[in-house]
Ligand binder design. Sequence first.
Ligand SMILES: Nc1ncnc2c1ncn2[C@@H]1O[C@H](COP(=O)(O)OP(=O)(O)O)[C@@H](O)[C@H]1O
Ligand SMILES: [Mg+2]
Length: 344
Amino acid sequence: MTRTLIITGAGGVGKTTVAAALGVRAARSGLRTLVVTVDPARRLATALGVEDLGNEPQPHAAEPNLWAAMLDSTASWRAVAMRHADPDVATRLADNDFFKAASEHFPASQAYAAADQAATFVQAMAWDLVIVDTPPSGGGIDFFAAPAQMADLVGGRLLRWLTGGPLPGRRTFYNLAAKPVLRIADSVLGSDLLERVAEFLLDLRTTYDGVAQRGREIERVLGSASIFVVTTSDPAPVREAIKFYRDLPGLAASPAAVVFNRILPEKWADSTAPPGTSLALEQNLARWSAETVRQRDTREEFSSRYGARIATIPWSTSPPTDLDGLGRLLDESKELPWAEVGIS
Ligand SMILES: Nc1ncnc2c1ncn2[C@@H]1O[C@H](COP(=O)(O)OP(=O)(O)O)[C@@H](O)[C@H]1O
Ligand SMILES: [Mg+2]
């Protein structure tokens, strides 16, 4: 069985780093592990061996049991069209200006393509654990909502109304009845604008069955995954994490843990300056002590208000940039639900 662990949270909180560190730990505990990473910093990509290897999973040269792949953050509707439409239709769609415009303005398309790609790796059944780092848009919610949104879009009421009943007849209708009208409109507008809109809508509609079915498969994969919501103790990412708790029900399983990353050492909370300390140092200590207490309060409030399991990863003075650093990052973490992802 392949277990799936999805790492989500706001941008910049350490998702990619934590995904990589968990991957190293899992691989070293004997699990065949694939880390699917998104836009890693260059040194982290080098450490994982994915620098320019792209989105096909690659075995790590120096770490047995570890594979890594890049989630293609430019993957978009084009990939979706290629997968779900007839080749002719797909090419026509991809070249259609409205398709290009729509794919740029429909934010879930990237998240959908990413979720689709991740689900494909899970379904390949080639690994014990697939760890999926998520694209930063929408605090990760997009990633879970995308399959349904995509199906809604191509099967939605607006599109059904515009393109109407059984497709073959409808296209004939467009050709016989609408085309002359469109041609007149075109001659007025000086282009084949409307005809291209109609063609786009009809072509898009043909992808519905494929998109809807694949969407259900992706949702099954996401629904059986464990989820770690990563955050720092800062207000903005914590708000994102809360949003995740509020909006997630129904979209996927509830998160296994909220992982507070970059926390300050507990013992700083009640550090007092020894006698004779300079005023500046005393104030500095007091400030860090107050910040440590604030971080602890934030975690306690999150836990009591949302019933969340709280895990922590300490702030590291030298962020990990190689395998051993990644391996060490989690040494002092607390409460990570290892068993949930199959690591003993
Ligand atoms: N526990 C930590 N201690 C210190 N620095 C960290 C820690 N976790 C992550 N970082 C650093 O924070 C920055 C953002 O991390 P990254 O993993 O790229 O975040 P995200 O993927 O959420 O955008 C990176 O420079 C990374 O090295
Ligand atoms: Mg990242």
